[in-house]
Write a protein that binds this ligand. Structure first.
Ligand code: ADP
Ligand code: MG
Length: 599
């Protein structure tokens, strides 16, 4: 039996708004986002956010922005009413956060909302309640706007059901506020929950204060292990911080990319970042970053996603390549013994200085890679070095280099436990993981040799037959030419056997059988599923590992010094191929601290 279709009726305006609200207003944090973005669009310098019961009872956002004229208050509440664009032309170059004119109407349709506003020149404020008659009335209000949203979703039980515990909802709000604060370091943000202050973020006046905001959102570990990025070309400007490979994450959860101040996700940018880190990160590890891309608003379409979390670049290829180059250069700049900016003291691996407030205790005592000298101001160093020279004799005489300056990683003193090289440089003690360091140096050399087609191969005195799986033997056949290009010459000598004839000269002394097995294993596993170019660096890295000094091999002092010099000359030698650190610095100041030796 057929049911008669209900007749077609226009939806009530209220229902229209509720449907629209479903797209952008998911939870209390989305309301906070819309309101705070309106404040930013109104050029606010300060935004106060008060929350009660995770935002389900009350969200109040107060700003000191431009305000709304009394007679325009009812319009602000109307759907599709905005002061931000007027024509299609405007839509193609939106510079504000909002432009669709639906946020306030949507929020009003699922809550009890009131707006109070006053412009700088008005002699009093005006308040309007969205529910009911909507008649504006005079009200006390300093210049700026206050929006109150009560009982969110009270009339939409279906939505209410999806809300989580108060703490969870507040957690989302907190994360959102911190991310807005990160995007707009020039604005003061205050966040209160149930009357208690949670965030009091003063405007960040300079770079280090901005980095502190980043640290607030991503944690101190990030702030202390990141590189400053600053790059401009072709009308594009990229700034921000990227985490050192050693501070990589198991999830892609700390990736903040802003386009003209708007936090967005972008696949092609994510790809550019991955590529830039390709050589220095383990597979499956993700870099942390906070990046700001600025460009002409006309070069980017912001009207492609309901919640504006995505944008479309008019020239996506250009953006991708620009980002890739800027980031790759920065990552490559993490060369041992050199900072990205080349500023004094030049010991740490490219990290931007993160300064804690004076007297603030250090939550992460500098024990890790690259944390050594970052905290002491430059002048203190000079002073430290002077006193040190005056009252102590270096453990070993430091030979002069041509320029008369000691090299960044200093000179070897001894080998420890067959694993570490101890060296002395200008700032104190340098500790090097010799296997990791050598692996990095070998890898970069192999890569350079491959890129210039100059891998020298060396005959094995006796070709070595190696038992492998059938798939590995097949891979040997299939990729024989590629491998020969790397200096690894082998051929299939049976259904499950290959014979190794030559290995790269650089890997002299390596276990040829093990090398072949590892390389073929990798090819057999990934060869079909991934592009060979992608696999190449991994293969080189596998090879490098085999050619590198093993732990427990005794090195002479000249051998150790040779390795230190090679590290200095090698790109990215701050990390081994697996993203592990290769060296660390213990400054004299830190050593003094260990021995409670005041100076
Ligand atoms: P949109 O932001 O897309 O324009 P909204 O519904 O969020 O749409 O806001 C509607 C209009 O109300 C805005 O265009 C703006 O003119 C005004 N408005 C909203 N919030 C504020 C505020 N905090 N300060 C000044 N004007 C505001
Ligand atoms: Mg808006």
């Amino acid at each position: 039996m057929l049911h008669a279709m209900p007749s077609i009726r226009p939806l009530s305006p209220e229902l229209v708004n509720q449907i629209a609200a479903g797209e952008v207003i998911e939870r209390p944090a989305s309301v906070v986002k819309e309101l705070a973005e309106n404040s930013l669009d109104a050029s606010a310098h300060r935004i106060d956010i008060e929350i009660e019961q995770g935002g389900m009872r009350l969200i109040r956002v107060r700003d000191d922005g431009a305000g709304i004229a009394a007679d325009e208050l009812p319009l602000a509440l109307a759907p599709h009413a905005t002061s931000k664009i007027a024509s299609f032309d405007d839509l193609t170059r939106v510079a504000s956060m909002g432009f669709r004119g639906e946020a306030l109407a949507s929020i009003a349709s699922v809550s009890r909302m009131a707006i109070t506003s006053r412009r700088a020149g008005d002699d009093h404020g005006t308040r309007i309640e969205a529910q009911g008659a909507q008649t504006p009335r005079p009200a006390a209000q300093p210049a700026g706007t206050t929006v109150e949203v009560r009982d969110l979703f009270h009339a939409v039980p279906a939505r209410r059901k999806f809300l989580r515990a108060e703490r969870t909802e507040f957690g989302h709000i907190d994360e959102l506020v911190r991310s807005l604060a990160l995007a707009r370091p020039d604005v003061e943000f205050r966040l209160l929950h149930n009357g208690k202050p949670v965030r009091m973020l003063k405007p960040a006046a300079d770079e280090s204060a901005q980095l502190q905001r980043a640290g607030d959102l991503l944690g101190d570990a990030f702030a202390r292990n990141c590189l400053r990025i600053e790059h401009a070309a072709a009308g594009l400007r990229l700034s921000g911080w990227i985490g050192l490979p050693t501070a990589s994450r198991a999830q892609a959860d700390q990736q903040y990319f802003h386009v003209n101040g708007r936090l967005v996700r972008d696949k092609s940018v994510a790809h550019a970042v991955r590529q830039a880190y390709e050589d220095v990160l383990y597979h499956g590890r993700h870099p942390a970053f906070v990046l700001f891309l600025e460009l002409d608003p006309a070069a980017v379409d912001v009207n492609v996603h309901p919640a504006k979390r995505e944008v479309r670049f008019r020239d996506a290829r250009l953006i991708h390549d620009f980002m890739f180059h800027a980031l790759r250069d920065a990552v490559a700049g993490t060369r041992a013994g050199e900072t990205g900016s080349g500023s004094f003291p030049p010991v740490m691996v490219g990290a931007a200085p993160y300064r804690r407030m004076e007297n603030e205790p250090d939550p992460f005592p500098p024990r890790q890679f690259g944390l050594g000298v970052r905290e002491a101001p430059v002048d203190a160093y000079a002073a430290l070095l002077d006193t040190r020279m005056a009252d102590s004799v270096p453990a070993a005489p430091l030979p002069d280099t041509e320029s008369g300056e000691a090299p960044p990683l200093g000179y070897a003193l001894a080998q420890l436990a067959g694993i570490y090289i101890l060296a002395e440089n200008e700032y104190g003690l340098v500790l090097v993981d010799m296997h990791a360091a050598h692996e990095r140096v070998t890898y970069e050399k192999l890569k350079a040799a491959r890129d210039s087609h100059q891998v020298r191969a060396q005959h094995l005195l006796v070709p070595e037959a190696v038992a492998v799986s059938e798939r590995e033997a097949a891979a040997a056949e299939e990729y024989a030419e590629t491998l020969a290009g790397y200096g690894l010459e082998l051929d299939r000598s049976g259904p499950r056997q290959v014979t190794v004839r030559r290995i790269p000269a650089m890997l002299d002394g390596a276990d040829a059988a093990q090398l072949a097995r590892d390389v073929l294993g990798e090819l057999a596993e990934h060869g079909n599923s991934r592009r060979l170019e992608e696999l190449q660096n991994e293969l080189l890295s596998t090879m490098a590992c085999h050619g590198s000094v093993r732990a427990h091999r005794r090195l002479t002092i000249p051998e150790m010094n040779a390795l230190l010099r090679e590290m200095e000359a090698t790109e990215r030698s701050g990390q081994c191929n697996h993203g592990r650190p290769t060296w660390t610095q213990l400054s004299i100041a830190e050593l003094d601290k260990l021995f409670l030796r005041g100076r």
